[in-house]
Each structure stands twice: as structure tokens, then as C-alpha cells.
Design a protein around this ligand. Sequence first.
Ligand code: MCN
Length: 761
Amino acid sequence: MSILGTRVLRTEDPRFLTTGGVYTADVADERLAGACHVHFVRSTVAHARLRSVDVSAALELPGVVAAFTGQDLASAGMRPVSPPMPNMNGEMTWPLLARDVVRFVGEAVAVVVTEHPHQGEDAAELVDVDYEMLPAVVDMDEAATDEVLLFPAAGTNVVVAFGDRDELDPGLFEGCDVVVSHTVANQRVAPAPMETRAAAAAWDGQGRLTAWIPNQGAVGTRDALADMLGIDGSAIRVITPDVGGAFGAKFGADPEHAVVCWVARQIGRPTRWTETRNENLLAMTHGRAQRQVLTIGGNRDGAVLAYRLEILQDSGAYPRFGAFLPFLTILMAPGPYAIPRAEAVARSVATNTTPVGAYRGAGRPEATAAVERAIDLFAAEIGMDPAEVRRRNLLPPFTEPHRTAFGAVYDTGDYVAALELALDQAGYAELRKEQADRRAAGDVVQLGIGLSSYVEITGPGAEEGGPNENATVEVHPDGSATILTGTSPHGQGHETVWATLASEELGIPLDKITVKWGDTDLIPVGGGTGGSRSLQLGGAAVQQASRELIDVARDRAANELEVSAADLVFDVERSAFSVAGDPDIAVSLAGLAESERLFVRAVFRSPGPTFPFGAHVAVVEVDTETGKVWLRRMVTVDDAGTVINPLLAEGQRHGGIAQGAAQALLEEVVYDADGNPLTATFADYAFVSATEMPSFELAGMATPTSYNPLGAKGIGEAGTIGSTPAVQNAIVDALAHLGVRHIDMPASPQRIWETLQSVRR
Ligand code: MCN
């Protein structure tokens, strides 16, 4: 009986629940014996010229081994980091430690290196930084005026533009009965993984570096380090210990990681670094951070005819992946709708804030939030039920690829069915009735029902020949097997699922299969984990390698048994080949591995990314006197094609829904007008917890893709994409009868209360 599609328990969990994980800070390796501790001295101001950075007093403190400034790095020939894409403004480079100018609070300006971790903080206090203040540019619109430039040599604060605003079609909304426009915030949030950033570094006598770094793909981390350190990738081995959450923000490597490695080489001793929570909230990349102008037009019969999305993306002080996010937002702008005319443009601007990077969904939640808000604004304007407006405008079901006006090629989809299933499971008609009753009774606490329909992209990649991933499967003489994967799990459960996929083909029990990843010497190629790519590419590669291994083994078994390969059958139960009709003449895979290593490395290539989709229904109660919101129910349909392990897929949905709902309800990174962060501790950054969440109601729907033999699309981010607009729309819906049309996220009690005050006035 197949174990694919069954709720195989996570094989990772016994270790995590008993001995616990081994995170970078826990790594005990003889190469790290006698390691010094690196502590970063960070800018306390958002924008200033550095007159001087004096580390002499710190060097006097007992326990201080060394200290370095940006000037020291520059003198040693270390180059600043270039923007990640060639189309970004090349003048906007990021020195590993600030040298002339600091551009955000939290930017590293120096390091102190100490014998013990606790000595670093005291030593850092003694580093004297002389700032000559410059005006801080915190707001994106202000940045776009180019009045104060972060990089004068760049001549502008615009990092990159997607599309030309001057070429927007003035006639886009011609013929529409109704046109609605609104400026909305997709606010900046913090990824806030449980494990903060960290690194440990050791150089050997031959000048080769071993770096332990929590990351989402060791190969990408190695390449980023090679670039920053100015050395060849072959001189670096990156090892990935357990990773305590990443959510997109641990891709590649940050300047701090390179500095920790560089310091180890300078002082001739290994180094370690683990940032504090405060540093993490200050200096790990943030996510989202878009301001969007939505315009939607259509007819009173509910037909949407035109949609325009104008995006201003805050890239933070130095361009990272965040500056690229609008590309993905534009790609997915029309979402699951058949909108006859649509256009989208974007600009990413530099501001004196923490750099923005990828955060769960990266660009797609922003697209969904925009179009779902637009649909609700349109529905409110024409006085039609938002479910009905969606029904009338969703693309009809398709099984052949569908190309959108923005160049995305959706593989398979049935958006109407997803919506109907979600509405049905939620009991939509009864909810509307309850809402009407409460409105009629003038209840203080009102009911809101919010919808979102979405389609997103997973497993993207611009590789020649299509997005791909590799896997190696080897069977050992003792009957065990090893899988090497180019993916890099950090909570997604690849150990369980990759072993399941191999077990299914090879007949080797799960507990005899070891999955390895995250060591560039062992697995020098691989795309890591992000964009919910892993199962559809990396899992498919494991299945392919296992199947090819059976082919290789069949020929060897034929030789061994001196029969024709065509006469052999593979008995999965016994993990052995036998002669058809004579089960006693047999040789096992393990037996075949005795004489010669039995392994296959396979690369799975997909014709393209896949497009998971779904529909979410959020039910909220809002206190119209205090603005307090209770999220009562979340009913979701998240169609990721064929599901290989429902337990894991549901776990991913739960985590994603909570994160997405949290953006609508609570989370926001806030700066004051001078660029001082106001949310740099967990006391100030409103982080969601289980107590604020209901138990989620997950409905099942699976429309397979033909892009991989598993039929699987990605599920890792879907929850985050569908839930945010559903919750936001529900809050607005609860107050719609009072005249409320929009409330920006996070819809905190204060913001709701203020909105109610203004509509009442
Ligand atoms: N799965 C399945 N059937 C499907 C799709 C997926 O059984 N049709 C299973 C897979 O086997 C895998 C899991 O679900 O065990 C997620 O698979 P996939 O959708 O391929 O996503 P990835 O493994 O590539 O995970 C990436 C995604 C991203 S991009 C972010 S960000 C994210 C997320 O996953 N960050 C996470 N989930 C996270 N979960 C945890 N605990 N921590 C993070 O940092």
C-alpha cells in the first residue's frame, strides 16, 4: 500500500523533542576550539556621516582580542556589496562595515572581538563613533522626491523601476460605470525567526574556510560569502546546522556573516557570532513594505473591466531582494481574475531604514492583498455581495496552461470551485444572516466576513531549461539508504517526505533512510528552500533518482542472476529483484550494493513554475466602541495539487495562515520621523501567538499539475498569501454599514477606533 498521500509522522520530531536541535550557537566542532566572539557595534542614528570610529578604548578592556572598523576592511581591500540584480542602481553599494556614511539604525560600523561572549557588549560601549548628522529619509514618498539622496553618486533614490509611469494608459478606465481608487499600505513586517542570525567560522592551514551559518541553501550562502570575501567559492565550505525558522530572510548571506569569516582570518583564530533579538529586529532584513495605489473599474452588473496597480516599494537603505519584490507583485497583479485591461508599474526606493528582503510569499502576498482589496472596494461601490463579484470575474477552470497579460503562465486552476468550497464550508449564507441580524439589532460587537481568492507562483526560476533541483540516492550493503538533496529544510519536513518518496520506490523502510543537506563539500549544487520550490523540484528529483536507481540495479541484478533484465520483477516489499515466476531466485538492492556502490544522482527539471491557488474566508468580530478585533474563524481552501503528506502540508498552512493573519491584525515595524525604530524588541513588535488565533478549518482540494510526476505544487507560503486580505476584508466588512470602506493594516484597535471616529464625524 502506498504511503504517499498519508499522514506519515515527522521523523524529525523525536530528535527535536528529546535531545533538541543543534543550532549554529550549539555547534561543538574541534575546528571551533578556542573561538573568539564577534560583537557588532551598530549605528544609533539613521543617516550620518562618520567623522571617526575610535576603537582604542575598547581594545584596552580585558578580554578584548581585536577590533576592526570599516576603514580597516577597506584598507584590507574588502569591497562593498553590489545590488543583487544588474538592473538596480549600481552606485548603491553596501560596505561590510560602514565607512563614510551610515544609512540606517542598526547598520554595523565596527566589530569588537572578545574571548567570551559577554565581554562584547561592554567593549562595544567603549567604541567612540562621531556622527555628523544628515537628514533622514524615512517615508517612501519623500524618498521618491529625491530631495535628500542616500547615495549622491547614484543621483536618485530610485533603485529600480518596473514599467514606465508615463506610459500608463489614460483611457484604461473608459467605458466603466464605476471607478474606485485607494492608496493602501502593505506594511513593513519583521520575519522574526525563533533562531536569530548566527555564524561560526574557521580557516584551515591551507587557507580554506569552513563556515557554519543558519541558511536556506548552503550553496547560495557559499556563493554570497565568496562574493563578499573576494575569494573563490571552492575555498569555502558552508555547513548548515539546524535552522530555527527563516521565512525567506536567511537566503544567501548578510554582510555580518562575511565579517565574522573575515575576522577569523585576520586574527588567526576561529570566530563565533549570535545576534541578540534586538539586533535581529534592527538589522535582519524586513519584509513587504509597499505602498500601493489601486484603481479598479467596471460595470454595475459586477463585471470588472480594468485594474491598475501602482507600487512604491521601500527597499530600505541598501538594495537587497526587497527592491525586486515588485517584479513578482506585478507578475501576479491580476491574480485569479479575468480582467480585460490591467496594468501595473513600480518603483523601489532607498530609505534610511533596515534593508528589505524576502519574507514568506515575497511579492505575491502584496499582489493578492492589492487585488482582493480592490475587488471589495468595487463590490462595496456597486452594492454587490463580494462573493458574487468574485464569481463573476474569476477565470473559468482550465487544464491547459493559461498565459496572463503580465506573462505568467498558470499551469492548472479551478478558482471558482475553490471559492465555492470555501463559502460552503464557512456557511456563508448563514454568516450573512447573522451579520444582518446583528446590524439590525445595533449590537456593539459586529460580525465581519472577509474573502480572498488567490493564485500564486511556486518553484520559480530563470534557469536555462527550466527550474530544477538535484538529488542523489544511494543504497548501502546494510540495507540502509542515503539521500543527498539540494533543498534545505528548516521546519518544512523534507527529511520525512524525501525518505517517504525514496521508500516508496526502493522498499527501504523510513527509519533506514538518512537525508542529508546543507554541506557544500558533500552537495556542491542546489537551489535550497524558498519560493515553496522544494517538493515540486527537490522531491521530484528524489523520486526520479530512486526510479533511475531501480533501472541501474535491474541491469546489475540481471548480470548477477544471469538472466535477462526483462525477466526480472522488482518486489518493493522485499526491496529485491526476483525472476518472474520464481521468487526464490532473487537479489536485494542491499546485496547489489555489496560488490559496487549503488547510487544515482538525478536532476529534475520542470517545464516551469506552478501556480497553487485557493480561497480563504475569515470571520471576525469587531467591538465598535473599542476597536478590538477577535478572529473567530479561518476557513481555507489551499490547492497545492497532489498532496504527498497531508500532515506536513496542513502544518505549513497553519503556520502560514497565522503569519498572514498577524500581518492584517497586529504586526508592523515602525520608525519615527528621524528613522529611529520603535519596534526593536518583542515588547514593542506585536507578534502573534496561539492565544490570538482560532483553530483553522482547512478544506481539501487538489488539482494536480502536469509539471512534475508527483502532481504537486508548493504549499509553504499559500497560507500567508490568502489569509491577510481575507482578515483585512473581514474587518472592513464588519464596519461597512457604518460607512467604513478601508482600514490599513495592521488593523489595530487604535486604527479601527480612529477610523470609526472619523466616519462618525
Ligand atoms: N508538501 C506536500 N504536498 C504538496 C506540497 C508540499 O506534502 N503538494 C509538503 C512538502 O513535502 C514539504 C512541505 O509540504 O514537507 C513544504 O513543501 P513546499 O511547498 O515544497 O515548500 P518548501 O519546502 O520549499 O518550503 C518553503 C516555504 C517558504 S518559501 C517559507 S518562507 C517558509 C515555509 O516554507 N518558511 C518556513 N514554511 C516554513 N516553515 C517553518 N517551520 N519555518 C520556516 O522558516
